[in-house]
Design a protein around this ligand. Structure first.
Ligand SMILES: N[C@@H](CCC(=O)N[C@@H](CS)C(=O)NCC(=O)O)C(=O)O
Length: 210
């Protein structure tokens, strides 16, 4: 498989973690977002949304959207499973995943920040307030949920899709200087996950395009 990725993309980071957790080797195809390579004809002819990540399968098919890729990996690839066996617990994991991937990340990605700056005239302080606002709303709920669900990871001691999505979002929060003191449970889970090889080798700093 080949992963179209950018080292700082949190959506691509999710997929890198899941591929590593499942022990699946892949080739790394860097798409430089700062050079707008995601909007090139060569890329959008295969992935019309012009976003990373995209995963090219061994048969040449291309999958876009990180959650679609993660669900495909979960359905077709070997253990460990990244969802619990119990349907209620699966729903709880997906609920945390949706908080991150639907309610935090889309409001804070590169194109939204660029739009705020260039189309709406927002300055650095306004953009920082915007960023922190959406992260805080989501992280407050996650912090409270973790108090009843966490072990070493978000739900018990084994990584699930919740950890796969939380770790990149927290990486991004540190990058954009969101105060993390109010979130001790989140910090504890993320610290543990980052000590695991599958997470450590997916980190932005160690990617070929870093
Ligand atoms: N919902 C998409 C989000 C993908 C996304 O926003 N990717 C960002 C990087 S994290 C991107 O490619 N941004 C480039 C752009 O907006 O032009 C997913 O989960 O894959």
């Amino acid at each position: 498989m080949k992963l179209y990725s950018y080292y700082r993309s949190s959506a691509a980071y999710r997929v890198r973690i899941a591929l590593n957790l499942k022990g699946l080797p892949y080739d790394y195809a860097a798409v430089n977002l700062l050079h707008s390579e995601q909007k090139s004809e060569a890329y959008t002819s295969r992935n019309p949304q012009g976003l990373v990540p995209a995963l090219e399968l061994d048969n040449g098919e291309l999958l876009a959207q990180s959650m679609a890729i993660l669900e495909w990996l979960e359905e077709t690839c070997p253990p460990p499973s990244l969802l619990p066996a119990d349907p209620l617990q699966r729903a709880r994991v997906r609920s945390m995943v949706n908080n991150i991937t639907c309610d935090i990340h889309p409001l804070n990605n590169l194109s939204v920040m660029n739009y705020l700056r260039s189309e709406l005239g927002a300055g650095d302080d306004d953009i920082h307030r915007w960023y922190c606002n959406w992260v805080d709303r989501g992280f407050k709920a996650i912090e409270q949920t973790l108090a009843g669900s966490m072990g070493d990871c978000c739900f018990g001691d084994q990584p699930t899709l919740a950890d796969v999505c939380l770790v990149p979002q927290v990486y991004n929060a540190y990058r954009f200087k969101v105060p993390m003191e109010p979130y001790p449970n989140i910090r504890q889970v993320v610290q543990h996950c980052n000590s695991l090889p599958a997470f450590a080798s997916a980190a932005p700093e160690v990617q070929p395009d870093a």
